[in-house]
Design a protein around this ligand. Structure first.
Ligand code: HAM
Length: 448
């Protein structure tokens, strides 16, 4: 005989009975839950990202979310915003200084070096999707946990690599129907940048200008003059308009490389714009740098780039590997989804269900669950609502799923070894042999 159990009060009910307020929890600031309605967007962008990666020969890799802080400092640059302001770092219980990744590139470069990938046929083409963390000021499109889609190519020095990466990033948005423009510039190599920095400092140190700079730019003028080009203060933006441009200081090989990248982009029909003051905040870039801006963001686009990337020919060696040219990009998937939603871009309908199984009573429910598995294994898309007893509610669900047929199993049918098949459009019901359901459904749905 079955024992009757007395339902125990939950801890919450216990506390409530004692008149105590129960503590509830909310997300950390800048962190998001992805709930049911939004998930369909994630499926679409993830699929687009992985289809494009495969088409262009990039293979998926994953790296740990947490790594040594020193790795990030070395790769992203100690003076970058990421390291000085945004990275989540802490000393773990073993006394090691570690950090949550704020971008994928440092971990991917580490993996390339650590696993001796320079011995593989080059280029090595990596595809990566995952969460990254930045303790940024949260606002729409800027979160403390966000998801990046990265493609990185190691071991290819030619402009074809830069052009192909920009093309994939551009295609990603074009095929998701988000209107974008690629902003592109060249930051040259160490040698031409030295020449450029001299000109830049001279320009800003001029008596007519330096006193007018904002406090941050005044500091950066001696520490890291390139950062002046990224300042968002109005007076500094105005002053920048006349500043020397990087492209005018490029050495011959760097200029030649840049021109070839642009030629490829022209040929491939990529919508791009030369942005002479685009330098990007990370220290590892050399030659080509680019960002993807939404066409409908206007003046806000710079602050809300959908993606960014470029060449980093010195980083692998700097991180202990053999000299290896490399380039890549990172696209923000939350920002991509925001754009898709803002523009009301219609997503393709979810795969339609073939048939719904409705049941009445405990015995039929058990048999229906077995039938569900049989049909599912045979390749049918089957809908169900086994937690409900009411036939009305189950058939409403079947209508919502737009199935053509519902199978209805009651006690009588179960005893007779039959099942009802209901044409959902006409409402006509027929009795069929329970053992022949699979064949019958195959015939009616043209899936024999
Ligand atoms: P990044 O420009 O720092 O580049 O980030 C790339 C993209 O990640 C941004 O354009 C943006 O869409 C997204 N993103 C960045 N921060 C946030 C945030 N707080 N909330 C939401 N989305 C954000 C890099 O990370 C480089 N590692 C890209 C790269 C790869 N360069 C070469 N290879």
């Amino acid at each position: 005989m079955m024992k009757r159990t007395v339902k125990k009060a939950s801890p919450k009910e216990d506390l409530a009975a004692k008149g105590k307020k129960v503590k509830t929890f909310s997300r950390l600031r800048g962190m998001r839950d992805v709930l049911f309605d939004e998930y369909k967007y994630w499926e679409v962008v993830n699929k687009k990202a992985s289809d494009l990666a495969k088409t262009y020969g990039f293979k998926r890799v994953d790296t740990p979310i947490i790594e040594k802080m020193e790795l990030f400092e070395r790769a992203s640059g100690k003076a970058s915003d990421i390291i000085t302001k945004e990275i989540y770092s802490f000393v773990d219980k073993n006394g090691e200084k570690v950090a949550l990744r704020a971008e994928a590139t440092p971990g991917l470069v580490r993996a390339y070096v650590e696993h001796g990938m320079s011995n593989l046929p080059q280029p090595v083409k990596m595809f990566w999707i995952g969460p990254a963390f930045r303790n940024d000021k949260p606002q729409a499109g800027r979160y403390r946990q966000f998801t990046q889609y990265n493609l990185e190519m190691f071991g290819e020095a030619g402009p074809v690599a830069d052009a192909q990466l920009i093309l994939v990033a551009f295609n990603f948005f074009r095929e998701l129907q988000v209107d974008v423009q690629v902003q592109i510039n060249s930051v040259g190599c160490k040698d031409c940048r030295k020449d450029y920095l001299d000109k830049l400092v001279k320009y800003y140190k001029d008596k007519s200008r330096s006193p007018k700079l904002c406090l941050e730019c005044k500091k950066n003028l001696t520490k890291n003059p390139m950062r002046l080009l990224e300042c968002k203060e109005e007076k500094c933006v105005t002053m920048r308009a006349e500043a020397p441009q990087l492209v005018d200081s490029l050495c011959d090989p760097c200029r030649d490389h840049f021109v070839k990248v642009l030629e490829y982009l022209d040929e491939l029909g990529v919508n791009y714009n030369l942005e002479p003051f685009l330098v990007r905040g990370l220290e590892y870039y050399s030659r080509t740098v680019f960002e993807i801006w939404s066409l409908d963001d206007g003046s806000e686009a710079r602050q809300a780039a959908l993606g960014g990337g470029g060449r980093y020919d010195e980083l692998v060696e700097y991180m202990g590997g053999r000299p290896t040219p490399a380039c890549g990009f990172g696209i923000g998937l939350e920002r991509t989804i925001l754009k898709i939603k803002e523009n009301n871009i219609a997503l393709k309908e979810e795969a339609q269900m073939d048939v719904f199984i409705a049941q009445l009573g405990e015995g039929p429910r058990r048999r229906s669950m077995v039938l569900f598995e049989e049909l599912r294994r045979a390749g049918f898309k089957v809908g169900q609502l086994f937690s409900k007893d009411s036939l009305k509610i189950q058939l409403e669900e079947a209508t919502r799923m737009s199935v053509k047929f519902s199978l209805i199993l009651g006690q009588k049918e179960l005893s007779d070894g039959t099942i009802l098949i209901r044409d959902m459009e006409s409402g006509v019901q027929e009795i069929i042999d329970l053992n022949k359901v699979r064949v019958e459904m195959g015939k009616r749905l043209g899936k024999e």
